[in-house]
Design a protein around this ligand. Structure first.
Ligand code: ZN
Ligand code: ZN
Ligand code: ZN
Length: 324
C-alpha cells in the first residue's frame, strides 16, 4: 500500500508473556476536569448527547469541547506565505476533545456496544460539521489511551484535530491506493480484505460489516487494522449498520487485546479521505490500533523502518485464541 518495509525479527521473537507489560489501570480522580459537575473547567461544549440538564451542565451522556490548549485554532484566515525559501501559514484548524462517557472508570472495552456506537456517532457528527469549513482539508480522529500512549487525562476521551493541510502519512496511503487503482482498477484495501479473508492467517475478528486483521507489514507488535467490507472512502458517510458493527467489533477486539496483553496503553486512529480531494474510487476508510508494547528508538527515527518482534500471523493467532 505505502511501499513501507518492516523488519519482522524472528531472532527477537516475542510472545505476549515476553513483553514487559504495564497494565494501564484507570483510577478515580477527585479533580478530573471531564467528570460531570465540572463542566466549568472545560471550554463551552460544541456538541453533546444528553438525557437531561442544560448546556454545559451535568446530565450529559457524551460531550465534545474544544481542547483547552489547542494545537490549532479556528479563528483567522489561512494566509499562506513564502518566507525566503520557506513556507508558513496560520495555524488554522480545530482541536476538540470527545468526552466519551460521564463514567470516569469506563473504557471502550467495558462500555456497552450502544455506548461505543454513541462515540462513533459523535465522531461522524463532528466531521460532518467541520468539513463545511473550506479552509480545512483533513480531520484526524484519534485516541490516546494510557500515559505511555500520550494521554494526560484518564477520563475516557478521544480527540480530533482538523488541519488546513493533508498530512504526509495520509498522503502516502492515498498515493499508494491511487497507484494500485491506476494499475488494476480496483481498491487496494478491498483487495487486501479479500485476500486476507481467503488466507485467514492474519484475520483476528470479523462480523457482517467489519474485518479486523493483523496487517501484512505491521510496524508494531499486535498492530491491528479494522476495515469495512463495503468500499467507502469517507468514515462520515458509512451506513448506520456499519457503525453498529464497528462498535461491536471494536469492543470485542479491545477485550481480546486487554486479555492477551494485560490491558496495555494504546493509540487508536481513524483514517478517512481528505475533504479536499475526491478519492471515492480508490481510498477506503479504516481504523488502526497500536498497542504500546515497544519503544520507537534511533533506528526507527533514522530510517522510518520498524523492527517488530512479533509476526502478524502470531499476533492474529494469539488474539483469535483469547477466551472471553
Ligand atoms: Zn473523570
Ligand atoms: Zn475499497
Ligand atoms: Zn491508515
Amino acid at each position: 500500500m505505502t511501499g513501507r518495509w518492516v523488519v519482522i525479527s524472528t531472532e527477537r521473537r516475542k510472545r505476549p508473556s515476553d513483553f514487559r507489560l504495564e497494565r494501564h489501570q484507570v483510577t478515580r480522580d477527585a479533580y478530573c476536569p471531564f467528570c460531570p459537575g465540572r463542566e466549568d473547567l472545560t471550554p463551552p461544549e460544541v456538541f453533546a448527547y444528553r438525557q437531561s440538564g442544560v448546556r454545559n451542565g451535568p446530565g450529559w451522556e457524551l460531550r465534545v469541547v474544544p481542547n483547552k490548549f489547542p494545537a490549532l485554532q479556528v479563528e483567522g484566515g489561512l494566509d499562506r506565505e513564502g518566507v525566503g525559501m520557506f513556507d508558513r501559514m496560520n495555524g488554522i484548524g480545530a482541536h476538540e476533545v470527545i468526552i466519551e462517557t460521564p463514567d470516569h472508570l469506563k473504557t471502550l472495552a467495558s462500555m456497552s456496544e450502544g455506548e461505543v456506537e454513541r462515540v462513533l456517532s459523535a465522531f461522524r457528527e463532528r466531521v460532518r460539521d467541520l468539513r463545511q469549513d473550506h479552509r480545512l482539508r483533513y480531520i484526524l480522529l484519534f485516541k490516546n489511551h494510557g500515559g505511555p500512549a500520550g494521554a494526560t487525562v484518564e477520563h475516557p476521551h478521544s480527540q480530533l484535530i482538523a488541519l488546513p493541510i493533508v498530512p504526509a502519512f495520509v498522503l502516502e496511503e492515498i498515493d499508494g491506493a491511487r497507484r494500485h487503482h491506476a494499475q488494476k482498477e480496483r481498491c487496494v484495501f478491498c483487495d487486501v480484505v479479500h485476500q486476507e479473508l481467503t488466507t485467514g492467517t492474519r484475520v483476528i475478528l470479523e462480523n457482517a460489516d467489519m474485518v479486523a486483521i493483523a496487517p501484512y507489514a505491521p510496524r508494531f507488535p499486535f498492530e491491528t487494522w479494522v476495515v469495512p467490507r463495503r468500499h467507502g472512502s469517507r468514515f462520515e458517510e458509512a451506513a448506520q449498520h456499519e457503525y453498529d458493527s464497528l462498535a461491536r467489533l471494536l469492543k470485542a477486539l479491545l477485550q481480546r487485546v486487554n486479555r492477551a496483553l494485560e490491558s496495555p496503553s494504546y493509540n487508536l486512529i481513524v483514517h478517512t479521505s481528505p475533504f479536499s480531494e475526491d478519492t471515492t474510487d480508490f481510498y477506503h476508510w479504516h481504523l488502526e490500533l497500536m498497542p504500546r508494547l515497544t519503544k520507537v528508538a534511533g533506528f526507527e527515527w533514522g530510517t522510518g523502518l520498524y523492527i517488530n518482534p512479533t509476526s502478524p500471523e502470531e499476533a492474529a493467532r494469539v488474539l483469535r485464541d483469547v477466551k472471553i
